[in-house]
Design a protein around this ligand. Sequence first.
Ligand code: E4P
Length: 219
Amino acid sequence: MKFFIDTANLQQIKEAQDLGVLDGVTTNPSLMAKEGITGKENIINHYKAICDIVEGDVSAEVIATDYESIIKEGEALAKLNDKIVVKAPMIKDGIKAIKYFSSNGIKTNCTLVFSSGQALLAAKAGATYVSPFIGRLDDISTDGLSLIEDIRLIYDNYGYETQILAASIRHVIHIIECAKIGADVMTGPLSAILGLLKHPLTDSGLAQFLADHAKASGK
Ligand code: E4P
């Protein structure tokens, strides 16, 4: 399973990269705004800075919502770095643009996916990644994980190569359950990634080992 971090915060991206388990980054306009990144030039420079930190794919989301403008914006983003994946929304013009990008060798991430029908369409358009938002489905009392299961089944039935990028991950259980189902990628906050480290028996076991060692060494 690939691990992406879902943030535009450079410090957090560095911390995850330093851990040695990071495969990529996803951003969105809200995450960029949260870091105070506004204006075309600053946004472009920020994507470049992210690409300098990580080795894997970096999703950069278009703001445009009509076909011609999505193509123009997406092509400009893709030219920044080979790591850039053009993130386009699950709307009619977004799907048409994903088809265009996939036919022209540009990696894509179809975002804001909330149903298996939408995921099927993204795969047929040739998306590199599809992003079902499981946390946001859970937020409205719908089972986000069962959507991942449905998409896995559909993609395996037909051998679609679109990678399931489980997005809107909130916590460790989401990551574990997505791994059990067979999501190709998960994108989540640094807290969820670091949460995988934690177990009280690890903490108490380590404390005991160190105490026994100190005692035996006469310290
Ligand atoms: C995915 O690419 C999105 O950036 C993201 O996972 C959205 O998550 P949220 O629901 O926590 O905003």
